[in-house]
Write a protein that binds this ligand. Structure first.
Ligand code: WTA
Length: 663
């Protein structure tokens, strides 16, 4: 037996030394057989990006009607791509592979929390999708209607999305970690006609009564006519006659044939709500042809994908954009075989990920830095028990990856032989924007390196908008790309205001700060707006604040993102109470519970600081900058604009008392 402690120390020492290494060129063996290994691809794409993307659209998709034009930029930033083309997303993901004789290929190796295994082939997925598409039609759902999807990580989630796409309904998936109250809000904003959910969802050996919770919070939504319930756990659930139906029953009764309807390229494919700087989530709208082009191209070439031999695992949740693009549309459009894992990384044991990699021969793993940091904490000895030699590429997404975690991933999981792809993108961009290419780019731990071919990113000076040659500034995208959001659902003005007011309509404002190094490589630092990234989950401080103040004893709340070694950022809430209410542990628990109910458990504040008052400017604006300073234990920045400078002294005393309480 090896001595774990000295192994750990040796690893630590090795990683420390590796921090000195400047860059990691692609391994020769990898480069030789990579799909793309010639850097000329960047120049080729830059010379005529629209023509280049159009060539990708034709290379990788089978259009019912090929587009005659690439980009229509007559009304920026309301761009249209491939506008006269016609294509159906579900046919791209399913029918064309089955027609090519690949019906028996596994689309998903599904692994359930309790050890279940279910392989779903492309032919089976097509069959289920056709049935459910017909069932939705029979329930009155048609082209352009919005369908909510609130499901855990089970194959039916992909079926539901694809069935919508097949008939031109617009899906609106809500991450299973959001509360039923969030579901209600998103159904209301989007005027959803139907909702697909589940009787119960399993998490680490427990079952949450999802349908019951949905019923308790849904209230009266006049537009919502139908709720389809997947019986996943068999847990008792209330059903309302005339509104609720079981998925299995409507599918069994449905006609098995549902020919895919060719959609206009700009037909909406889905809405996905994400957090912005106000409490109201933004309904990011993606359309069909451009989105499919973006995800199919990036999935194929960023990950050097060989659909015949690779086993792909994107360990995100389908309820976020990463899951939409790289669990459902990208991999299926490319005819890949994926792993879909229902559960948490530590159930039934802390080695479950590596057991899955070993069992299915996973060759490409795409995960979030927060997961990697968790595995680091659990120790290298755990993955060390499994055979991980099937891995050939490793991806990272969702938040900045610190160089130490990058190196650990590279060494411990990748055995030093797998290129690491730190991919930067957003719900809005639809697909990966800044990333190394594994056969071309020399990577640097912590940098997402350079824009994907055809993408133009820049770092600009905050005020003037002038490009920053070297150093820090705001990240912007300089020209339209096929998979970009088309608008915020039914909020065109807010779309313009959020992304195209600061630097005009020709430049997309990302909302992240970034640094450009001497080699021109990009290092994304984090958000510049009031968005917090907790374990790669995007949250708005305003959203959390409004949940906290919903508690009757709370007068005011200010929420900030505080750096956290495990989750990247953590929610820290400064809370003032009404009247003579005294802080207590019960109250703290109640405030957390309020956030869990209104948003979801993952949004609960890690730290609550009771405050007498909050630092405000003379015009009454809360100065979050000072709260961030104080929470991180930094010297306070400029306090001269405060209405009452005494507030900060009180807060400092409060923080000091908190520290003593911990000792
Ligand atoms: C952050 C997730 C650094 C960033 C795909 C962005 C990253 C936000 C990276 C989008 C990365 C994502 N390095 N930061 N590789 N990837 N981010 O919409 O702040 O959930 O703006 O999309 O995550 O989060 P979203």
């Amino acid at each position: 037996m090896s001595d774990t402690r000295s192994d750990d120390a040796a690893l630590e020492h090795r990683l420390e030394q590796m921090l000195e290494i400047d860059s990691f060129p692609p391994p020769e063996a990898f480069r030789e057989r990579a799909l793309w290994s010639d850097p000329a691809i960047y120049e080729e794409a830059a010379a005529d990006p629209v023509a280049w993307w159009t060539a990708r659209a034709k290379e990788l998709l089978d259009w019912d009607v090929e587009p005659s034009e690439g980009l229509d930029d007559s009304d920026p930033p309301f761009y249209r791509w491939f506008a006269d083309g016609r294509v159906n997303a579900s046919a791209q993901c399913l029918d064309r592979h089955v027609a090519a004789g690949l019906g028996d290929r596994v689309a998903y190796h599904w692994r359930g929390e309790e050890g279940e295994r279910r392989d779903v082939t492309y032919a089976e997925l097509l069959d289920s999708t056709q049935r459910f598409a017909n069932a939705l039609r029979a329930l009155g759902v048609g082209k352009g209607d919005v369908v909510g999807i609130y499901l855990p990580m089970i194959p039916e989630v992909a079926v539901a999305m694809l069935a919508c796409a097949r008939i031109g309904a617009i899906h609106n998936v809500v991450f299973g970690g959001f509360s039923a109250e969030s579901v209600r809000e998103r159904m209301e904003f989007s005027q959803a006609r139907a909702l697909v959910t589940v009787d119960g969802a399993r998490r680490k050996g427990r079952t949450a009564p999802v349908k019951r919770q949905v019923d308790e919070h849904l209230g009266d939504l006049p537009a919502l006519e139908t709720i389809v319930v997947v019986r996943a756990t068999g847990v008792e659930c209330p059903m309302t006659a005339g509104r609720d139906v079981f998925y299995e029953e409507v599918c069994a009764a449905a006609d098995p044939d549902c020919p895919a309807e060719p959609m206009e390229a700009e037909h909406p494919l889905f809405i996905l709500y994400t957090s912005g700087s106000t409490a109201k989530p933004k309904g990011i709208l993606h359309t069909t042809g451009g989105y499919l082009t973006g995800v199919t191209t990036t999935h194929r070439y960023v990950f050097d994908l060989r659909p015949e031999t690779d086993v792909w695992w994107c360990a995100a949740d389908v309820g976020w954009i990463t899951g939409h693009s790289y669990i459902v549309y990208g991999p299926l459009s490319n005819g890949a075989t994926s792993v879909m894992w229902e559960g948490a990384p530590d159930h039934p044991h802390q080695g479950i990920w590596w057991e899955i990699v070993q069992d299915h021969g996973v060759s490409i793993l795409y995960a979030a830095p927060t997961a990697i940091r968790t595995f680091i904490r659990w120790g290298a000895e755990i993955p060390g028990r499994y055979d991980l030699t099937s891995l050939r590429l490793l991806g990272s997404v969702g938040e900045p990856i610190n160089p130490k975690a990058w190196l650990w991933y590279h060494e411990v999981i990748g055995g030093g032989r797998c290129p690491i792809l730190d991919t930067w993108w957003q719900t809005e961009t639809g697909a990966i924007m800044i990333t190394p290419l594994p056969g071309i780019t020399a990577t640097k731990p912590g940098s997402a390196t350079t824009p994907f071919p055809g993408i133009a990113a820049d770092v600009v000076e905050e005020r003037s908008g002038e490009p920053v040659a070297e150093g820090q500034g705001l990240l912007v995208l300089e020209r339209p790309w096929p998979s970009m959001l088309r608008t915020l659902y039914k909020e065109d003005e807010r779309f313009l205001e959020t992304y195209f007011s600061r630097f005009g309509r020709g430049r997309y404002l990302v909302g992240d700060a970034a640094r450009r190094d001497a080699d021109g490589h990009l290092w994304v630092i984090g958000r510049i707006d009031d968005v917090v990234n907790v374990s790669g989950h995007r949250l708005s401080t305003a959203e959390v604040e409004s949940a906290i103040v919903a508690h009757e004893k709370v007068a005011e709340a200010a929420v900030i993102g505080q750096s956290d070694p495990d989750t990247g950022q953590a929610i820290c809430a400064f809370v003032t109470l009404t009247g003579d209410t005294e802080p207590s542990e019960e109250l703290e628990a109640a405030v957390r519970e309020e956030v869990a109910t209104r948003i979801g458990k993952f949004a609960r504040p890690k730290r609550i600081v009771w405050a007498e008052d909050l630092p405000k400017t003379r015009s009454g604006k809360i100065m979050r900058r000072l709260l961030r300073d104080i929470a991180e234990g930094r010297a306070l920045g400029d306090v001269t604009t405060l209405r009452d400078p005494g507030v900060m002294a009180e807060l400092e005393a409060q923080i000091a008392a908190e520290g003593e309480g911990e000792d």
